[in-house]
Design a protein around this ligand. Sequence first.
Ligand SMILES: Nc1ncnc2c1ncn2[C@@H]1O[C@H](COP(=O)(O)OP(=O)(O)OP(=O)(O)O)[C@@H](O)[C@H]1O
Length: 595
Amino acid sequence: MNPSDKTGVICEINGPIVTIELAGGCLGEQVKLGALELYGEIIALNGRHAIVQSYESTEGVRPGEPAVGLGWPLSVELGPGLMGSIFDGVQRPLTRIALESGDYIRRGISLPALDRERRWPFTPCADLEPGAQIEGGAVLGSVQETARIEHRILVPPNVSGELEEIAPAGEYDIESVIARVRDAQGNSHRLRLYHRWPVRQPRPYRRRDDGVVPLITGQRVIDTFFPQLKGGKGAVPGPFGAGKTVVQQQIARWSNADIVIYVGCGERGNELVDVLETFPKLIDPYSGRRLMERTLLVANTSNMPVVAREASVYVGLTLAEYYRDMGYDVVMLADSTSRWAEALREVAGRLGQMPVEEGYPAYLASRLAAVYERAGRVETLGGGSGSVTLIGAVSPPGGDFSEPVTSHTKDIIETFWALSKELADARHYPSIDWVTSFSKHVKTAAQWWHLEVGLDWGRRRDQALGLLARDAELSRIVNLVGPEALSDAQRWELEGAALIKEAVLQQSALDEIDTFCSPPKQYALLDLALHLYERGTDLIRLGVPVIELQRLPLLAKLRRLKSIYSNDQLDQLQAFRQEIDQTLEAIQLDYAKQG
Ligand SMILES: Nc1ncnc2c1ncn2[C@@H]1O[C@H](COP(=O)(O)OP(=O)(O)OP(=O)(O)O)[C@@H](O)[C@H]1O
C-alpha cells in the first residue's frame, strides 16, 4: 500500500454502485474495493460517505470489506508501446492479461498498461542542452515505436523549468529517468519515457485552429458528398444492422490519418471479436505495412460492466490527444456513443438522479458536447500542429433519429452520415442517405479537391446532388400516376440518378478493388456518370428515344467500372470517356441520317 492510500470500509452495494465510508475522498478518485481489489471511481460525496462506481462486477463483494482511496483520478499511461495494443475500457492490456489469466479476465487483475520489461531505443533532441528552459509539451527526444510511428517523448503538460540533465542516446525501459527538470519553485522532476494523464481532463494545447484538409477515407459517399475534415467531429447514426460498424471499420482501415484509435464501446462481443481478429491481419494501403502499426484498440463489449464502458470513451480520447500533441493527425472512432449514453443513464438511475428525456439525465447533452469538444485541430504546446477527428456511431432504438442521443449529437457534430434502413434493405451500401446526411465542411474540402484533384469538383458534386433531388421528386410522381406520365427527358433524369447511385455512391466494403477508392478515381467516376448523362440529354433533346439510350451496354459497364479498374488505372477510365463519346456520336449521326 502507498503511504498516500486512505483506508475506509464498504457500507452498501447496489450493482456497480458502492457506498463506502472514507475520510478525505475526492470526486473522481480511484478506489480499490474489497478483498478482490476491484477498481472503481468516486462519483459523488455525501458527508463521510463516498459513492463509488466499480469498473467490474461487484458480485461476491460484501459490506464491511475494506475500501482504499488511492489519491489519484482514473489516468492512463502515455508512452512507447501503445501502438498496436488492445486495451479494455480502463486501459488494462488485454493481450498480456489473456496470456496471464486466459480468455476470461479474472476480476481485480491489475497489470500496468505499458510493458515494463521492453527496452526502447531513445534518441534525445540534438538541440537540447542542460540549462535550457523547457515548457510542458516540448519534445525531449524520440523512440521508433513502430516502423511507421516515431513516438515523440514529451515533457508532461504540467511540468516546465530548467533542463538539468538529459540521457544520452541508448536503450531504456519506460521507467528509466531520461531527463530531470527543475521548476520555478526549485522542485526537481524526474521525467521518464512515459507519464500519466487523468482521462477526464482534456490535455492542454496552445490554440485551436480550423480544420483545413479533408480526411480521405476512400469511401465515395463520404469524401465526395459529405466530407469530413481532419480535426472534425462526425456521427454515423443508423438503425440496427444498417452498417454503422462497417462504415467505422472502413474509416479505420483506409483513412489517411497517421493514427487510428478504435473504441469498441458496448457493442456485441462478436462484433468486437471480428475487429480484433481482422485488424491484425490488415495491410495499410499507404505504407504497405501492418495496419496495427498505426492502430490502437480499446475494447469494451456489452457484457463488460457498464461503468467501464463510460470510462472507455475518455480513455480513447486521452490516448488520441496524446498522439495529437506529438503532431499527428489522429482519428478516433467510438462504436457506439448510444451505449456510452446508456451507461450514463444507468449510473444516473442508480444514483437516484432525476431522469429527463427517455430516462437520460439532464446532463446528457452537455456530457456529449464535452466529449465531442475534445476533437479539433490545434497548435500543440510544443508549437506543432495535430488533430483529433472524432467519429461516433449512434444506434437509436428502433432507428428513431428524434431520440435524445441522436438529436443532441446532431446539434454538436459537423458531419452527419445518416444510415437508412430502406437503403440497407435494398443492399445499397454504404447505406448513407444523401437526403438526410450533411457536412458543414464542403466549402473547405472543395479548396483541397480543386487544388489536388479537379477544378470542377464542387460543380460536379452539386450536379449529382441536384440529379438525386430530381430523382426523389420524379419518383413521387411515378408513385402517384405511374411511369407513363413521365416524358423521355424525365425518364433519362431517373436513369442519370440511378447511374450516380450505382456507379458512384454504392461501394462494397467486400470488393477487393472497390473497398478503397482514391480521390482521383472518385472524381473520375463521378465525372463519367455525369458525362454520360449529359451526352444522353443532348441526344434526347434531338429526339432520340430514351429507350435507345437505356439499351446501351455502356450503362451497365459504367456501373461496373469501380470494381474493374483499380486506383492506378485512371487511363482506362479516360478511355471509357472516349467510348461514351464515340458511341453517342454514332447514334447522333445515325439519327441525323434517318432524318
Ligand atoms: N459498405 C458495405 N459493403 C458491403 N456490405 C456492407 C457494407 N455495409 C454494411 N454491409 C453489410 O451489412 C451488414 C451489417 O453491417 P454492420 O454490422 O456494420 O451494421 P450495424 O449497423 O453496425 O449493426 P448493429 O446495429 O448490429 O451494430 C454487414 O455484415 C455487411 O454484410
